[in-house]
Design a binder for this molecule. Structure first.
Ligand SMILES: Cc1cc2nc3c(=O)[nH]c(=O)nc-3n(C[C@H](O)[C@H](O)[C@H](O)COP(=O)(O)O)c2cc1C
Length: 210
């Protein structure tokens, strides 16, 4: 089985979102999955341009925009599972992740009375969100909107979050006295490994098709 992971954060290695997705990739590989990770910030692409080519009568459920995201979208539609990760920026996913969602979702939608979903295949989806706030409760409406849309277009969707994340290596070098640097460090050492374990378990479940 093939799992496509999309990293929608700008810090490609070592930091929170990348580490969570790496843990999920390891979990999926341990279950025998083939894993491909896409880094949105390395791709030259834009969000939906409203060309409506995908909504023309008889059109395939594919995005017609020819840029670096198009082959990625094709590979996702051929995959057996999808995992998307993003840090939370100003109460939402990153701009790149949102642009990716527009391109991923719109070709699957039909403006017919039945609101037909044009993607035939059902695959499980994982979502990983990392954030500074100590509780993810305030972002429930956002997460419900994204997981509801993923369920509609693809299949059963599970969310794993990491809260109260470490934002810099050395808090003394940044204006950051709104944070308790020592508490942040402690949490990173004691709680973040548990977040990674939950991400790994998510990767295993996606590989198992749940
Ligand atoms: C531009 C920007 C905006 C952010 N906005 C929020 C926010 O609205 N809520 C929040 O909880 N964290 C916010 N954060 C913190 C990040 O979401 C958090 O540190 C995340 O884990 C970073 O992921 P990374 O380590 O993979 O880059 C923001 C960070 C940046 C750089």
């Amino acid at each position: 089985m093939k799992l496509v992971i999309v990293n929608g954060g700008p810090r490609l290695r070592g930091w929170n979102t990348a580490a969570m997705l790496e843990a999920a990739a390891n979990g999926a590989r341990a279950e025998g999955a083939e894993v491909e990770t896409i880094y949105l910030y390395t791709l030259d692409f834009k969000g939906c341009r409203s060309c409506f080519a995908c909504q023309r009568v008889g059109a395939a459920a594919r995005c017609a925009a020819r840029d670096a995201l198009q082959p990625v979208l094709d590979r996702i539609l051929e995959a057996d599972a999808l995992l998307v990760g993003s840090p939370i920026y100003f109460g939402d996913v990153t701009g790149e992740t949102r642009a990716f969602f527009e391109r991923l979702w719109f070709p699957g939608l039909a403006y017919d009375k039945a609101r037909t979903v044009k993607y035939g295949k059902r695959i499980p989806v994982g979502l990983v969100f990392t954030m500074n706030v100590p509780s993810d409760a305030q972002y429930a409406p956002l997460f419900n909107q994204i997981s509801g849309t993923m369920e509609r277009f693809f299949g059963p969707t599970e969310i794993v979050t990491a809260t109260d994340t470490l934002q810099f290596d050395d808090y003394s070098r940044y204006v950051s006295d709104m944070f308790d640097a020592e508490a942040k460090r402690r949490r990173h050492e004691t709680e973040f490994p548990k977040d990674l374990a939950r991400a790994e378990a998510l990767g295993r479940r996606l590989a198992a098709g749940i």
